[in-house]
Design a protein. Sequence first.
Length: 295
Amino acid sequence: MDAGITVRALHAHAKINLALHVTGRRADGYHTIESLAVFTRFGDRVEIELADSDGFSVSGRYASVVPLDDSNLVVKARDALREQAGLQHTPPVAIRLEKNLPVASGVGGGSSDAATVLRGLAETWGLDLDEAELARVALPLGADVPMCLTAKPLIARGIGDELSTVSGFPALGLVLVNPGTAVSTAEVFNTLSGRDNEGLPPLPPSLDFHSIRNWLEITRNDLEPAARAIQPAIGKALSVLNKAGAGFARMSGSGATCFGLFETGNVAKRAAVDIRSRHPDWFVAATRSMTSEAD
Ligand code: ATP
C-alpha cells in the first residue's frame, strides 16, 4: 500500500465515439460494432482515501440522478476488485465522485467512473495487476469499461471490448452538447433499422484535423438516426453545433450528447460560450481530447 498518498484524485474522462458502425448482432443478443473513440479532458472526478469503513458519496451537477447504492458502477467496481484481490489486501476506502457528465448520455460516464475506480484502487491497495488482468475485472462491469481503462484514442471492435490503440492521434478541440434528455441505449439498439453494416474505412496515414474531419465525413454513427427519431432534440443540438462553426458535428454513442469538432481549443471555447448563452439549460462543455501519448 502506498502510505505516502492519503487522497488520490483522479479524472474519469468522457468517452466520445467519433464514429460508430454497427456491424452485426451475436447469437447472445449483443451488437457488434467498430468505433473510433477518444477521451476528453473534461469528465467526472474521483477521490479515493483509505478510511475506517467503506464510504461512497456523490457531488456535482448530476449527483441527483445517479444511484447511491450498490447499483452505482463505482461501488460495483470497488466490490469486483476486492473480490479479485481478497479482503486482506483491500482495506476500507472512502470514494467521492464528482458527477459532471450527464447520465445515460452516450459519453460512457458510468463506465469511465468504474474504470477510474479500478485503476485508482489498484494503486491505493498496491495490487500487482497488469493491464490484461485489470481489463478482465472491468469487462463484466460493462462492455465500455475496458476502453475507458485505456482512455487513449482507439478503435474498438467486437462488443466494444477488442481494443487497438491508435498512435499519433492529435488533441482535438471539441464542444460537447446535451439538450437535457436521457436516451435509453436499449431502446436505440432495439429500433435500429439495419444491423449488418460495413466496418470503418482505414484511417488516413497522417492524422491531423483536416484528414480526421475528411475521414469522419465518410463514416457514420449508425445509432444516430434511431436516437434522433426517439429524441428530436438531438437534431437541434447538432444544428446548433454546426451554426456555432463546428467543422463537423455528430452524436456520440447512443446519445443524446453530441460533439462538435473545432480546429483549436480556443475556437471551441468561444463556440461553447455562444451555445451556452442561447441554451442556458443545456449541458455544454468545451474540451480537448487526450492524445495517443501519455498526457
Ligand atoms: P454509454 O456511452 O456506455 O452507453 P452512457 O453515457 O449512455 O454510457 P451512463 O452515464 O454510464 O450512460 O449511465 C448508464 C446507467 O448507469 C444509468 O442508468 C445510471 O443510472 C447507471 N449508473 C450507475 N452508476 C453510474 C455512474 N457512476 N455514473 C453514471 N451512471 C451510472
